[in-house]
Design a protein around this ligand. Structure first.
Ligand SMILES: CC(C)(COP(=O)(O)OP(=O)(O)OC[C@H]1O[C@@H](n2cnc3c(N)ncnc32)[C@H](O)[C@@H]1OP(=O)(O)O)[C@@H](O)C(=O)NCCC(=O)NCCS
Length: 176
């Protein structure tokens, strides 16, 4: 059974295995591209984990928003990550959205992204959000299906300064 847990240094070995599976690709939902530490050594990994958990209450830097990071795990194995950004900056409103996620290649097509997005919508419900914005690059069929599977309704498509086209979906969050 998968579980959604706060980032925890005890998943170091498993996270590193996953890291090699990604083979340099952007690991959406992890916040890894912002990491100040080298995550390969255990002490750097532990510092990074602490910084992720701290962002629940304190933005990483001025101009960033607070963010809840959760990891998808099964027993002691790291399978993926999902992040819930509490507010929308200009960039997030146009291209990034509230929620980002990624599942390690060996764990894909098992329904994990769909499940984790549903769980994260529950976090939004607890915080009384009326709706959440979830975006994906046009052509990312797996992500688009994940969003639609959780009730996402396409709002529009917007092109960023690099010419990348993003599909923007709102997912309604009904009160509990
Ligand atoms: C997108 C991603 C998170 C999907 O994870 P996953 O756990 O494999 O997804 P699920 O098994 O929950 O499947 C969700 C939906 O996507 C579909 N899907 C999954 N992989 C697919 C693929 N390669 N091609 C087409 N559809 C795919 C599934 O059939 C399912 O749709 P359905 O419910 O209509 O049948 C995963 O492919 C990934 O990490 N990709 C790289 C990072 C990324 O793109 N993140 C999203 C950024 S917006």
């Amino acid at each position: 059974m998968p579980r959604l847990v706060a980032p925890d240094a005890r998943f170091h070995g498993s996270f590193i295995d996953s890291h090699s599976e990604w083979a340099g690709a952007m690991q959406d939902g992890t916040g890894l591209h912002d990491a100040a530490d080298d995550i390969l050594p255990a002490d750097g990994f532990a510092r990074w984990v602490d910084s992720l958990n701290a962002q629940e209450h304190t933005p990483r830097t001025p101009g960033h928003v607070t963010c809840t990071y959760r990891w998808i795990v099964e027993d002691d194995t790291y399978l993926g990550a999902i992040s819930f950004r509490h507010d929308l900056t200009d960039y997030l409103e146009n291209f990034g959205g509230h929620i980002g996620y990624g599942v390690r290649p060996s764990a894909r097509r098992r329904g994990l992204a769909n499940w984790a997005l549903g769980q994260t919508i529950e976090l939004a419900r607890e915080r009384a959000y009326p709706r959440v914005l979830v975006c994906c690059v046009d052509g990312n069929e797996a992500s688009a299906r994940t969003i639609v599977g959780q009730g996402g309704v396409l709002d529009d498509m917007r092109t960023d300064s690099r010419g990348v086209v993003f599909r923007r979906y709102w997912i309604p969050v009904t009160p509990a």
